[in-house]
Design a protein around this ligand. Sequence first.
Ligand code: NAD
Length: 255
Amino acid sequence: MLKVGIVGVSGRMGHNLIECAQGMDSIKVTCGIDRTVALPAGESLEVVGSVPELSALPDAFIDFSRPEATLGVLQAAVGHHLMMVIGTTGFDEAGKREINRAAHEIPIVMAANFSVGVNVLLALVRRTAEIMQDADLEIVEAHHRYKVDAPSGTALAMGEAAAKGRGVSLKDVMVAGRDGITGERPYGSIGFASVRGGDIVGDHTAMFCTDGERVELTHRASSRATFARGALRAALWLEGRKPGLYSMSDVLSLS
Ligand code: NAD
């Protein structure tokens, strides 16, 4: 049985992970890392603020927290040769580099979105961008009012997939957060728009617009359990893997 520790255990995803793992024989949540202790009713886990405070280490950490928490746990995971599943979004370039470096030492699955449906969507976005080279591509995402980063990690992953399909670099063509006199839309750009409100779990649409028609590819998540199940599946998949940075498409054999 795989023993996992949840980073961000007191948060929305942390609670979903605990609940989803309860129905599994192959995995056991043995501890949590969080700056606050707020567990689902009836749950009694060891929850501490940092890895050195744990009385016993897990085999793997599943992390849905904030970048600063992730990077702290990552260092400890490298030190103890533990596997890691990273779902947290919003890393800056230095943070991404740190994760890449750690992946030389330990196996890591990192995904902006752990749902199976979104990973199918990413493959479709890449292919459509490749076929509809001239279409204006706009990516629209909507999330609950508590989300702190924008565009969402999934929206950025859709942009990366489309850029790959077009053989360009996303950072060269990305336009996010339009406001005021923006001028005309640059040819070949990939636009991003973010909606925040209520309890929206996560909606993502890629709009490929040309003169006379448009194709829209949409995914809507209605429950966080879809991300939790994917992350637990990724943790099980990691067992016995060599160090490296893996994606959810590796886990699902979509690559
Ligand atoms: P949340 O705010 O409900 O939970 C985050 C938890 O992390 C909180 O309990 C908080 O106390 C804890 N935390 C924050 N900073 C910390 C620190 N420095 N040290 C220790 N603990 C700390 O958020 P959430 O909705 O559960 O989402 C968490 C992250 O997961 C976000 O980055 C979100 O974008 C991402 N997310 C990813 C996916 C995916 O499929 N990859 C799905 C959903 C959410």
